[in-house]
Ligand binder design. Sequence first.
Ligand SMILES: Nc1nc2c(c(=O)[nH]1)N[C@H]1C(S)=C(S)[C@@H](COP(=O)(O)OP(=O)(O)OC[C@H]3O[C@@H](n4cnc5c(N)ncnc54)[C@H](O)[C@@H]3O)O[C@H]1N2
Ligand code: MOO
Length: 404
Amino acid sequence: MRTVAEHRARIRALGIVAAPRSVPVDDSVGHVLAEDISAPVAVPAFDVSAVDGFAVTMNDLCTGSAPAVRGPRVAGPVTDPEVHVAPGTAIQIMTGAQVPSGAQAVVPVEATSGFVDDFTSGHVRISGSFAKGANIRVAGGDIAANEKVLTAGTRLSPNRIGVLRALGRTHVRVRSALRVAVVSTGSELVWAGEDTRPGQIHESNGSMLGADLAACGATVRRPNPIGDDVNSLRDTLELCADWADLIVTTGGISAGTEDVVRLALQGRDADFGPVALKPGRPQGLGRVDGVPIVCLPGNPVSSFVSYEVFVRPVVRAALGHRAIDRPTREVPLLSTLNAGRAGYTRYLLGILEIDGVTPCGPSSGSIRALAASDCIIVVDDTSFDHGSQVRAWVLDNSSCDRFR
Ligand SMILES: Nc1nc2c(c(=O)[nH]1)N[C@H]1C(S)=C(S)[C@@H](COP(=O)(O)OP(=O)(O)OC[C@H]3O[C@@H](n4cnc5c(N)ncnc54)[C@H](O)[C@@H]3O)O[C@H]1N2
Ligand code: MOO
């Protein structure tokens, strides 16, 4: 039987990566750039005033100077070619506005008198001394035209999204916009919100895995659950392969004759078999039209745990996260644990408390255990006494933090 490490290595070897693709800049936070970003034009593209004040020439930069204020004040672009600052004149200007031609400095309004309080005076009196270029952000002074600003491989954060927008970009090429199709199988499954007939249950695995995939930054699609029809599952998987970088299925892989996922992938590049973990023993992997597929068992806890063990790390790597694995803690066990099946690593849902961790019980189908848990205890097949130190993967329950 394959070990967990061997199965993880096989999944890594599938080479799950996102195809580089263009995404809207406003949706690109967290993604990793697939292109270098250069400024198409200089930044700023024109001389800009850094203050509210008066644009003047060098002649009028000393205390006592009182240039005549000309024309309308400038609050944005200068479109009128007549707007020009000549020696002995000043133009009132606002922060961020284009500096008119001829101006060699902008004197802040606080260093002036006589005009703002009395417009009729026609002159502004300057106090203080200012150097040439004072309070002017010169064209290209921040970024030169064609200068590289961001390098491929950089993770996009809100401040860098500001940079992309400032450079006029609407879309950006990223190499981490991973698309994952999650396909739930089982003729008993109906969507929540629909009535169940006897023998039917509400689909939950796809939502559960889809929620984490989306939280990690993947784009997720979830087709309708597929029953026991091998052909419709094949059709669905092929449609998914047209879109996705990775397909994840749940259910339909154990030893039964109706195990639709195994049957649909029979004769293809796929491999099913037991792996030495509990829960999550039945596992599969392969490719559909070249696209990696990972097949997880259907029992909800098995599905959740095996996603955490096998899928989440490769998805996070493909999304460009630095933190691939869950943070772990060594904590005392608050109950005893009997020995498990020989040779199997156990991944038990658990509840973290201040003084230790309590396992939620061994059932692979327990919805109650999913409700209670906030960690996964990873132990070997031996027995453990109350108080033994065990390793726990801390699940990301940050969305619940504010309710604690
Ligand atoms: N003869 C054997 N039977 C089983 C074996 C075995 O080795 N020999 N292994 C058992 C183990 S371990 C597991 S785990 C399950 C895995 O079976 P499948 O992956 O084929 O899963 P299903 O039979 O389709 O479903 C199992 C269980 O989970 C429920 N389920 C499935 N999908 C969903 C979903 N999307 N949302 C909610 N619940 C779901 C389903 O109704 C079943 O109750 O096989 C054992 N049997
Ligand atoms: O190994 Mo299965 O995943 O226990 O229920």
